[in-house]
Design a protein around this ligand. Structure first.
Ligand code: FAD
Length: 322
């Protein structure tokens, strides 16, 4: 019996969060004796990219190469993953918690009659029963859920597990997915790339600006820092409400939730609603002229100072270093 991992891709690149799901599945298999890890990847992805999933711990990758699956149509992906699950006779599906992952997992829970736990932060306790710890209330608390169904689906929170990349290449097999019109009942008619080279939800580093930056004309230094670091830019809600930046950059409770390795907050107070979208970041650096700004309580590193002095100096230092 194997554990199946659903792999998400963007423009042919496997998402890091999916590799984290593979690492998680591998550790889970060691604990439960569920055997090898099989990954299922859908749409147009190169063979080398697929084989590299093995480094995170997958023995085999089933590739449903139909280009109609490129766009992440939810119903079609759920059908394809259900077919892979039944094909290998899995009892457990692991995937990354994401907007696509959540939508696919919900449908799979019905199709596979499986118990689904989302936002999982650590390996389940399996000594007596199957108890899964998950993050709730935007990371402020944890809940334990007992799964009683034979089939189980675990959606893993980003950054919950350290990605391991030490395995060998996986064996890649093509996988024929049977799809019908009902699988494409909803259609993505067009997609538009947000500005910037790095997509915010996937970014490993995020440089974010708040109302402390006074106006859109001052974002040059934020963009410069993002460029030096290969980061995505983001902003607080008032900044996008004021039209200084586009809404696609707004992070927080009512915006995009990010969990980068490094989140740099410039001139942002650190209101609870902002923190709700960024507090899963591995390392938070805050630049604020007010030493009592609430964001400093959530920061790993803080710089008390005027952003208009600190950021240009930091950019010069980063340019010299990188
Ligand atoms: P401010 O609160 O105005 O803070 C500006 C900061 O910049 C201050 O800390 C100040 O000390 C500092 N500063 C000023 N000048 C400088 C300088 N020269 N150099 C350095 N620092 C300087 N907010 C979000 O961000 N995301 C959300 O998703 C979100 N959802 C919300 C949902 C609800 C239901 C509600 C009620 C609110 C929500 N908010 C959200 C708004 C949130 O409560 C705050 O009002 C908002 O985050 C504040 O944005 P800010 O920190 O950019 O601005």
């Amino acid at each position: 019996m194997s554990i199946l991992v659903y792999i998400e891709q963007a423009e042919g690149k496997v998402k890091k969060t999916s590799l984290e799901a593979v690492t998680f599945a591998n550790a889970l298999a060691e604990q439960t004796g569920e055997g090898d890890i099989v990954a299922v990847a859908l749409g147009t992805i190169g063979n080398e990219e697929l084989a590299a999933i093995g480094k995170a711990g997958a023995a085999k990758v089933l590739h449903g190469a139909d280009s109609k699956l490129d766009s992440g149509v939810i119903q079609a992906h759920a059908s394809a993953v259900a077919q892979a699950f039944n094909f290998i006779g899995a009892k457990t599906l692991v995937l990354a918690k994401s907007s696509l992952g959540d939508a696919v997992a919900a449908r799979l829970a019905i199709k596979l009659n499986a118990g689904l736990v989302s936002n999982v932060v650590e390996l389940p306790k399996t000594d007596s029963g199957y108890i899964v710890k998950r993050s709730i209330y935007t990371g402020k608390a944890f809940a334990e859920t007992t799964v009683t169904t034979e089939n189980k689906i675990l959606a893993i929170k980003k950054n919950a597990i350290d990605l391991k990349q030490e395995g060998a290449d996986a064996q890649v097999e093509s996988f024929d997915v049977a799809l019908d019109d009902a699988d494409f009942a909803s259609k993505i008619t067009s997609t538009e790339r947000a500005t910037g080279d790095v997509l915010l939800p996937e970014a490993d580093i995020v440089v974010s600006g708040g109302r402390g930056l006074k106006g859109p004309e001052n974002w040059g230094m934020v963009e410069e820092m993002a460029k030096i670091l290969g980061a995505a830019t983001a902003c607080s809600k008032p900044v996008s409400d004021l039209g200084w930046r586009g809404h696609h950059e707004h992070v927080g409770q009512t915006g995009i939730k990010v969990a980068p390795t490094l989140y740099i907050a410039i001139g942002i107070s650190g209101a609870i609603q902002h923190l709700a979208g960024v507090n899963s970041s591995k390392c938070i650096v805050v630049i604020n002229k007010d030493p009592d700004a609430p964001f400093f309580k959530a920061a790993d590193y803080g710089i008390v100072g005027d952003a208009f002095e600190v950021v240009p100096k930091l950019n010069e230092a980063l340019k010299a270093e990188l």
